[in-house]
Design a protein around this ligand. Structure first.
Ligand SMILES: Nc1ncnc2c1ncn2[C@@H]1O[C@H](COP(=O)(O)OP(=O)(O)OP(=O)(O)O)[C@@H](O)[C@H]1O
Length: 329
C-alpha cells in the first residue's frame, strides 16, 4: 500500500438541498496526523464519518487500509478507533464499566487497566462518567478509541469546550498516539491546534478542500510573507525612509500607520535590512517586532472572510460565564 492508509476520491454527500461535501479528495500517509480545519458546517464531520463508514456517501471512493468501509465494515471496524461525542456514554456508568462494555464489542482488545493508565485515568477507574471533568472525559474517549488497539484513530473536535491547559494535555496525548505508529485524522475549529499538531492540514470551506499542505507550507504560500512592524518616535519624519524601504529588493510593501511602519516581504533578511536602513536614515526607532502569519490569516486569504467559529465561540463564552459565576458565587 506504499504507506498510504486512507484514500478518498471525489467524495460527495448532500442532505436534501445542502451539499455538505462537494468533491473532496485526499490521502493520508501512515503515521501522519492529518487535520481538517474549517468553520461550523464546513463538512468536516460528514467527511470523517463517511470515511469511518458511519455515513453513506452519495458518490466517491473511500479506502481505509485498503478496505472499503461501506462494503466491508466488519473487517475495518477493529482496525480503526473512533472518538465518541460526549452525549454517547451514559453518565451513570463507571469508567471501568465503560471500558469493559467497549472491550466486549471487539474480538481482541487491550487490557482495560493498562489503557486507563496510558491516558492517566487509573485513579478515576471507579468514578462515574458524569463526575469526570471535561478533560478527563476526553481522555476516556481517547481510551475508548484505543480499545481495539487500532492502526488509525479518528478524533472529531477532540478539544472543543476544553480549557487551554486541558487542550495542551490532549495535544500531547495525540502526539503519543503518533509515536505509537498510529495514523490520526482529526477535525478542529482551532487553527492554532491544527498548526501545532498536524503534519498536514486540509482547510475545508463549504464542503470543499480549499487548500491542503503542511501548516508551514500553507503559511509560506498563502500567508503573505513576513511582516515587520517598526514603531518610530512621534516626531520622526519617515517620508524619505518609506521611499528607501520600498526600493529594497526584500521589501514587497510599506504601510505607514500612525507611528508605525509595517514592512512586508518574503526574504529572511527583511527585518535586518529594514532596520539597518532606518538606522542609516537616522529614523528614531522606538520598538521593532515581527509578526508571523497564522493559519487564520490563510483562511482569510483563501476565502476572503475570517473563520467564524460560532459553536466554539459560544462555548467559550459559556465557559467563561460559568467560571465567572463560580468565582462570584
Ligand atoms: N444529518 C444531517 N442532516 C441534515 N443536514 C446535515 C446533517 N449533518 C450535517 N448537515 C449539514 O451539512 C453541513 C455540513 O455539516 P458537518 O457537520 O459535516 O460540518 P462540520 O464542518 O463538521 O461542522 P461542525 O464544526 O459544526 O461540526 C451543514 O450545513 C450541516 O447543517
Amino acid at each position: 500500500m506504499s504507506g498510504v492508509v486512507i484514500e478518498v476520491e471525489d467524495l460527495r454527500k448532500a442532505y436534501g438541498p445542502v451539499q455538505a461535501v462537494d468533491r473532496i479528495s485526499f490521502s493520508v500517509a501512515e503515521g501522519e496526523i492529518f487535520g481538517f480545519v474549517g468553520p461550523n458546517g464546513a463538512g468536516k464531520t460528514t467527511t470523517i464519518e463517511c470515511v469511518e463508514g458511519l455515513r453513506r456517501p452519495d458518490q466517491g471512493t473511500i479506502r481505509v487500509l485498503g478496505i472499503d468501509p461501506h462494503r466491508d465494515p466488519y473487517r475495518l471496524r477493529p482496525l480503526v478507533g473512533m472518538q465518541l461525542q460526549q452525549s454517547e456514554v451514559p453518565d451513570l456508568l463507571r469508567v471501568h464499566e465503560v471500558i469493559g462494555v467497549f472491550s466486549a464489542l471487539y474480538p481482541r482488545s487491550v487490557n482495560g487497566d493498562a489503557l486507563l493508565a496510558r491516558v492517566g485515568l487509573e485513579h478515576r477507574r471507579r468514578a462515574r462518567v458524569g463526575r469526570l471533568s471535561g478533560g478527563e472525559k476526553q481522555r476516556l474517549f481517547i481510551a475508548l478509541a484505543l480499545v481495539s488497539d487500532p492502526k488509525v484513530v479518528f478524533l472529531d473536535e477532540l478539544t472543543t469546550g476544553l480549557d487551554p491547559h486541558a487542550r495542551r494535555q490532549m495535544w500531547n496525548e495525540v502526539r503519543r498516539l503518533r509515536e505509537d505508529g498510529r495514523t490520526i485524522v482529526l477535525s478542529t475549529h482551532f487553527m492554532e491546534e491544527a498548526e501545532r499538531l498536524c503534519d498536514r492540514v486540509a482547510i475545508v470551506d463549504r464542503g470543499r478542500i480549499v487548500a491542503l499542505d503542511s501548516p508551514q507550507d500553507l503559511i509560506h504560500r498563502f500567508g503573505g510573507g513576513r511582516r515587520l512592524v517598526v514603531e518610530v518616535a512621534p516626531e520622526a519624519d519617515v517620508s524619505g525612509a518609506v521611499h528607501a524601504l520600498q526600493a529594497l529588493p526584500e521589501v514587497a510593501g510599506v504601510e505607514h500607520r500612525g507611528h508605525e511602519l509595517v514592512v512586508t516581504g518574503r526574504e529572511r533578511t527583511l527585518a535586518l535590512r529594514a532596520v539597518a536602513l532606518l538606522a542609516e536614515q537616522h529614523v528614531p526607532v522606538v520598538d521593532v517586532r515581527t509578526e508571523q502569519p497564522t493559519l487564520d490569516d490563510i483562511f482569510v486569504a483563501l476565502t476572503g472572510r475570517p473563520m467564524e467559529t460560532e459553536v466554539s465561540d459560544a462555548r467559550g463564552v459559556s465557559e467563561h460565564g460559568e467560571r465567572s459565576r463560580g468565582v462570584a458565587g
